[in-house]
Design a binder for this molecule. Structure first.
Ligand SMILES: Nc1nc2c(c(=O)[nH]1)N[C@@H](CN(C=O)c1ccc(C(=O)N[C@@H](CCC(=O)O)C(=O)O)cc1)CN2
Length: 286
């Protein structure tokens, strides 16, 4: 069976159009959604993602604030900036671009963002809300994957979903979302024994390991849906996924490419979370 490619660029374009309409509706009620992004240091990939977030925020009609801080910035200076943004009524979403320089404790920084403005969905309160099945902010990458699956007509009910990777940002929330959609979920990680034996059971396989091409045809059941979260810069200077795309494609019923798959959904869902936050703030102000 020849694989069908899931077009993340097109689905993200649709989501952004929907967000733009939502922004126009809020503006008509006197509310402009605002997103603040903090970038610490000058990592080129992070700077590119922040630039893309800024451009997209503005293109959708939202207020954008980007705070660029020195690589040597102290944790307390970063926490002060977050405290200021927590109290700024024009800002509905706050995001600190990861990774952070090593002098800064990532968990302390994430916990300092007000959970109501945590549009990345990384705050422990939002993680707990997801676990408990309560409303809150859901991390953008797994949320985007759920939208891709839904819009590609993938039925998760009763299906075996295998997530390879257990990060707080992708693997764990991904597993929770798949579980909420009534999939039977297995999480694999670096200590999993005989990984191919488990991944070959997957109807839906999500690869979020951060190792170029590590998922090959030996990991994939015929007809599986394969979602590639990897963004690895190869020696050729190009972006590569965690999945060996060309070799896995023939077995997959659907597959996401890299680039042009999951990546674009991350920013689209960030916009959606920011709109959601502003809408909630407007309702609560009445
Ligand atoms: N605070 C956060 N930090 C990071 C997150 C995050 O969600 N929140 N995720 C990643 C980086 N990231 C967004 O920040 C991100 C990664 C990739 C893409 C994307 O569109 N990728 C394109 C390729 C782009 C390119 O050519 O480089 C694709 O896959 O097609 C968007 C956002 C880590 N940090």
């Amino acid at each position: 069976m020849e694989g069908k490619i899931i077009d993340g660029k097109e689905i993200s374009r649709q989501v952004k159009e929907e967000v733009k309409s939502g922004v126009e509706r809020l503006k008509a009620e006197g509310m402009t959604p605002g997103l603040a992004v903090i970038l610490v240091g000058d990592d080129p990939a992070s700077a590119a993602y922040v630039g893309s977030k800024e451009r997209t925020t503005k293109a959708l009609g939202m207020h954008s604030e980007v705070i660029r801080m020195d690589r040597e910035t102290s944790e307390s200076a970063l926490l002060d900036e977050i405290t200021r943004l927590n109290g700024d009524p024009a800002i509905h979403g706050i995001l600190v671009q990861l990774p952070l320089p090593e002098q800064i404790d990532e968990q302390r920084v994430i916990a300092a963002i007000h959970p109501d403005k945590d549009v990345d969905g990384f705050h422990p309160e939002n993680a707990g809300r997801l676990m408990a099945g309560m409303d809150g902010f859901v991390p953008c990458t797994p949320l985007g994957i759920m939208v891709m699956l839904e819009r590609s007509g993938v039925d998760l009910n009763g299906k075996h979903a295998v997530v390879v990777g257990r990060s707080n940002i992708v693997g764990k929330p991904m597993a929770m979302l798949l579980l909420q959609a009534n999939a039977t979920v297995t999480i694999c990680h670096s200590r999993t024994e005989d990984l191919p034996a488990i991944t070959r059971q997957a109807d839906v396989l999500v690869a979020a390991v951060g190792r170029e091409g590590m998922i090959g045809p030996e990991h994939v059941k015929d007809g599986a849906v394969v979602i590639d979260v990897g963004i690895n810069r190869g020696e050729d200077g190009k972006l590569h996924g965690d999945v060996d795309f060309e070799r896995v494609l023939p077995a997959a019923s659907s597959i996401t490419p890299v680039p042009g798959g999951v990546g674009p959904m991350t920013i689209a869902m960030l916009m959606s979370n920011t709109l959601k936050s502003a809408g909630k703030a407007l309702r609560e102000s009445r």
